[in-house]
Ligand binder design. Structure first.
Ligand SMILES: Cc1cc2nc3c(=O)[nH]c(=O)nc-3n(C[C@H](O)[C@H](O)[C@H](O)COP(=O)(O)OP(=O)(O)OC[C@H]3O[C@@H](n4cnc5c(N)ncnc54)[C@H](O)[C@@H]3O)c2cc1C
Ligand code: FES
Ligand code: FES
Length: 493
């Protein structure tokens, strides 16, 4: 249970604005991967929340008539990465958000939440700075649009006025047409770690590809809020595209960045990698823009699989007007909601306390004990389940959001007489289980991978499974089990 005073579920953007005016002390919750973790850590104990999670009108990417790319604020990272418009015009944003946390975090975390939390390390933010993004806010006085630079006021504080929510992020046509870019996240681990420094570079080259017509260099964690390296950009504009000039531009960023010492890295180290990442990102951006071909930079850059998956249909059941509403017990003041959902193929309904996580509901109401309670802050993947075909850490998912969803756990993988599924059997055959605590969560990620029907390389599988911590550390055997099952299903083994 979360230590929550009350939950109000918005049924539309207007309703969210109304609720925020009615409950001015309440905080917006979108995917909850920041808010619920902070509540778990006691930082927002007793908070009142306005949930906008059900507002499907704020999901998805579209192009407006004038060419502006519109990203709904509730669009999850994984949907941004897979979106064909993003891939075609601003692929570097898809790459940047593909470095966030692990797969389950990328399924729940939204771009709106990533920018509204005001955090300098947010992986989307520096890239959005480099795209000259515009933030759309909707509040009691209507809609206002401001440049992303003006949206960030100071560390942890953005320009959100009372009653306002962020409804979209806009990338104007002139900000992306003719530009190519690259984002590099420097972190201590390849997954589940926030950036020690993030650098996003976009370039526009002259027609003959020999001159920098424009350069945009943006950073996360190089200052209290995401920032642009304006001196370095000015120094680079109009220069010939040469290795010497790339070095020069990269060295100039020290006039812009103001990193600090922290337990992750010293100021001096951050300054050092500010230059280095800028040069590497610049080289790659130039290469993508068709400029001189240079050797690929070494492995600070994160690899990424570009998947062109069809957009998943949004389920109508989670749309604005949720079928069931929250009820308040007049005696205790506690809030409950009737949650109807399909669990492992069976229609279920139960009254849940709004403070319950989905883990609580699945374990306590349905005795689905394969759903483990591990870290309870979204880091270990032990509570991972499938919701409408995507994996989510159920410990940071409100039980009330499950209304109308299709949920699958390991219990649902077995045959009618308890026969194990192929992937479960593979875990036994490959000795991919030691204490077994992490296993059900890993298997559900494996199911998402296998049901995509795609063939992945071992490195890609490693990344797709990176949202799981196995305390017994049997990672190679886990990879073997998933890889072999994938190949068997594809008829290649
Ligand atoms: C294990 C783990 C790993 C993570 N790793 C990374 C990482 O590598 N990189 C990274 O950048 N982040 C990381 N995060 C942080 C988090 O996932 C992102 O910041 C995410 O984008 C937050 O989105 P959300 O929808 O879950 O936000 P929420 O938690 O719902 O909200 C975040 C904040 O934004 C506000 N808010 C959200 N949406 C709106 C809106 N539309 N209008 C107004 N206010 C709004 C909320 O009030 C809150 O203050 C990680 C989190 C976890 C738990
Ligand atoms: S991620 Fe949910 S228990 Fe660790
Ligand atoms: S098998 Fe023990 S935690 Fe993974």
């Amino acid at each position: 249970m979360y230590d929550m005073k009350a939950l109000h579920e918005a049924k539309s953007v207007d309703d969210a604005v109304r609720l925020l005016q009615e409950y001015p002390q309440a905080q917006v919750i979108a995917g909850g991967s920041d808010v619920l973790v902070q509540m778990r850590e006691g930082k927002r104990a007793g908070a009142e929340l306005v949930s906008i999670y059900g507002l499907d009108e704020l999901r998805g990417v579209t192009i407006e008539e004038d060419g502006t790319i519109r990203i709904g604020s509730l669009t999850s990272f994984s949907h941004i990465t897979k979106d064909p418009i993003i891939q075609k015009y601003i692929n570097v944003l898809g790459e940047a958000v593909d470095t966030v946390g692990g797969p389950q975090i990328r399924n729940i975390g939204t771009i709106g939440g990533n920018t509204c939390n005001g955090v300098t390390s947010a992986d989307s933010a520096s890239t959005l700075f480099a795209w000259d993004a515009v933030i759309e806010l909707t509040g009691p006085d209507g809609i206002r649009r401001i440049p992303i630079k003006a949206f960030y006021i100071k560390a942890g504080k953005v320009d959100l006025r009372p009653g306002e929510i962020q409804t979209a992020i806009l990338i104007p046509r002139e900000a992306y047409e003719g530009y190519e870019g690259h984002y590099i996240k420097y972190a201590m681990r390849n997954a589940m770690d926030i950036a020690t420094l993030g650098c996003s570079v976009n370039v526009k080259l002259s027609d003959d590809k020999k001159t920098f017509t424009d350069i945009r260099i943006a950073y996360g964690v190089a200052g209290p809020v995401p920032m642009r390296a304006v001196h370095a950009e000015a120094a680079g504009r109009g220069l010939k595209v040469t290795e010497e000039n790339i070095e020069k531009i990269g060295d100039t960023v020290l006039e812009d960045v103001t990193p600090r010492d922290s337990w992750r890295a010293s100021k001096a180290f951050r300054e050092h990698i500010s230059k280095l990442l800028c040069k590497r990102a610049l080289r790659e951006a130039v290469r993508r823009a068709g400029g001189m071909t240079v050797e690929q930079a070494p492995a600070v850059s994160n690899s990424r699989t570009v998947e062109t998956l069809e957009k998943k249909e949004q389920t109508d059941v989670s749309s604005g007007a949720s079928r069931n509403t929250i009820m308040t017990d007049s005696e205790s003041g506690k809030q409950y909601k009737l949650v109807r959902c399909r669990i492992n193929g069976v229609e279920r309904e139960t009254m849940v306390d709004v403070r319950a996580s989905l883990t609580d509901m699945l374990r306590n109401d349905y005795s689905l004990t394969s759903v483990k309670k591990g870290c309870e802050v979204g880091e270990c993947g032990a509570c991972n389940v499938m919701i409408d075909g995507e994996c989510y850490n159920s410990c940071i998912y409100l039980a009330v959001w499950a209304d109308g969803k299709e949920i699958r756990t390991v219990e649902g993988l077995m045959g009618p007489n308890g026969e194990l599924s192929d992937i479960q059997q593979a875990f036994i055959d490959e000795a991919a289980v030691q204490c077994g605590f992490c296993t059900p969560g890993v298997i559900m990620s494996a199911v998402e991978i296998l049901e995509s029907g795609k063939e992945y390389t071992r490195d890609e599988l490693r990344k797709l499974l990176s949202g799981h911590l196995c305390r017994c550390t049997g990672y190679e055997n886990i990879l073997n089990a998933v890889e072999k099952t994938m190949k068997k299903r594809l008829g290649k083994l």
